[in-house]
Design a protein around this ligand. Structure first.
Ligand code: PMP
Length: 458
């Protein structure tokens, strides 16, 4: 390929990036990723980078799986595209929907495909409203969601999300969406025990339903573990209380499994990990391990019945794209046959939990916790006061980058967290390496913020 400087010049001239101003720009310019294998990325300078984020919470199976390329090649030759509108279908969509229904808990037996998590969450908005209209309760329009959550970037899904900065820019949320707080015990729990706090935060749902009117609320949407909004691992009391409330008021529960789904928590779905029984689950990312853009909504028998045989004016050209479906199906086959999800549950997740927790002794680290292969670390200049970290998150991001360690810094959204979500195939030796690099990056961050006087400023 061209020299890095030339690639960077063309990128700056023509390529608009998502989430552009995420911290200061590196003096070395944008990073050009050229290849990857297993858990390791390669950049245009030939450096090897340990991928602590599985691309963007998606490459669950790891990089470089030829089986997935072959599945795409076979399907492209056989039938590269056909739609699934009206009374038409094709084999890859049938096979994938059937497999997903087998894996999904309870009576979640039906899949409406999309190309991304954002699209799937927009579908969910339509599904919920259609469902209540068909049930003779069209006034049940309000959907309750959580602050700092990320559910996508389209107008509908960004409205479900609760990121203030996104809302401010887009004139969002659209009407009919109400946000409650997330169960961030370390950041906001104060004097309460985690269990008291988990229940208190769940009860905000009940308070919101009563305030809005139980006959006006259609659904509650949340991730089992909030991901891009900071990897907020809920106290054990949170989900049982949420389940009680959604059942008592008869509102639909949407579990956004875009990050938690397909093995991340050590179960096929985060809902299973927390004993949640949703009516709808949003899926994307790990469904194809990111090898093809595909997402979808998995819905219960009861919800499916309200669109079967009915006019549901909604669908994407690429709903059930044959190549994406074939690749996703092969990905699910490999995750299952190679026992990758089981291995996360039985060995890799406990190993990561133990090693990640050792970082809690670092002067900058408040909480260091994991759930499955999701890790979260609260950064603080003062553990006792649980003070907010004042340095620009981009500075920490650049330091991690210098240490050839890809992490996500979600501090812009929720404040103060460094999170990881590595490929599920990560080995114990690679976990050791990841924790070593994280510690080095923390040391360098401490040095940098101390020299800038930021420890005191916070
Ligand atoms: N839901 C969640 C929980 C997500 O993390 C994301 C993406 N980070 C989305 C939805 C949106 O998915 P996509 O980027 O595929 O549109």
């Amino acid at each position: 390929h061209m020299p890095t400087s030339e690639l960077q010049r063309l990128d700056a001239a023509h390529h608009l990036h998502p989430f552009t101003a995420h911290g200061p720009l590196s003096e070395k310019g944008v990073r050009v990723i050229t290849g990857a294998e297993g858990t390791w990325l390669r950049d245009s300078e030939g450096r090897r980078i340990l991928d602590g984020m599985a691309g963007l919470w998606c490459v669950n199976i790891g990089y470089g799986r030829a089986e997935l390329a072959e599945a795409a090649y076979r399907q492209m030759k056989e039938l590269p595209y056909y739609n699934t509108f009206f009374q038409t279908t094709h084999v890859p969509a049938i096979a994938l929907a059937t497999r997903i229904a087998e894996l999904a808990p309870g009576d979640l037996n039906h899949v409406f495909f999309a190309s991304s998590g954002s699209e799937a969450n927009d579908t969910n908005l339509r599904l919920v409203r259609h469902y209540w209209a068909r049930k003779g309760q069209p006034e049940r329009q309000v959907i309750i969601a959580r602050k700092n959550a990320y559910h996508g970037s389209s107008m509908g899904s960004a409205s479900l999300g609760g990121m203030a900065a996104m809302h401010a820019q887009g004139g969002l949320p659209i009407p009919g969406i109400h946000h409650i707080d997330q169960p961030d015990w370390w950041g906001e729990g104060g004097e309460m025990t985690p269990e008291e706090f988990g229940r208190a935060r769940a009860r905000q749902l009940e308070e919101a339903i009563r305030e809005i009117g139980p006959d006006k609320v259609g659904a509650f949407i949340a991730e089992p573990v909030q991901g891009a909004g900071g990897v907020i691992i809920p106290p054990e009391s949170y989900w049982p209380e949420i389940m009680r409330i959604v059942q008592e008021y008869g509102i639909l529960l949407i579990a956004d499994e875009v990050i938690c789904g397909f093995g991340r928590t050590g179960e096929w779905f985060g809902a299973q990990s927390y004993g949640i029984t949703p009516d709808i689950m949003t899926i994307a990312k790990g469904l194809s391990s990111g090898y093809q853009p595909i997402g979808g909504s998995i819905v219960s028998d009861e919800i499916a019945a309200t669109i079967a045989g009915d006019e549901f004016f909604h669908g994407y050209t690429y709903s059930g794209h044959p190549v994406a479906c074939a690749v996703a199906l092969e990905n699910l086959r490999l995750l299952d046959e190679e026992g990758i999800v089981t291995r996360v549950r039985e060995s890799t997740a406990p190993y990561l939990a133990e090693k990640w927790a050792t970082l809690a002794d670092h002067p900058l680290v408040g909480e260091a916790a994991t759930r499955g292969l999701l890790g979260t670390m609260a950064l603080t200049p003062d553990k006792a006061r649980r003070a907010k970290f004042a340095a620009d998150p981009g500075t920490v991001g650049l330091i991690c980058r210098e240490h050839c360690f890809a992490v996500d810094l979600v501090m812009r959204h929720v404040g103060d967290r460094m999170v990881i979500s590595p490929p599920l195939v990560i080995t114990e030796a690679e976990i050791d390496e990841l924790v070593t690099r994280a510690r080095r990056a923390l040391d360098a961050t401490l040095e940098s913020v101390e020299s800038q006087g930021l420890m005191r400023a916070a």
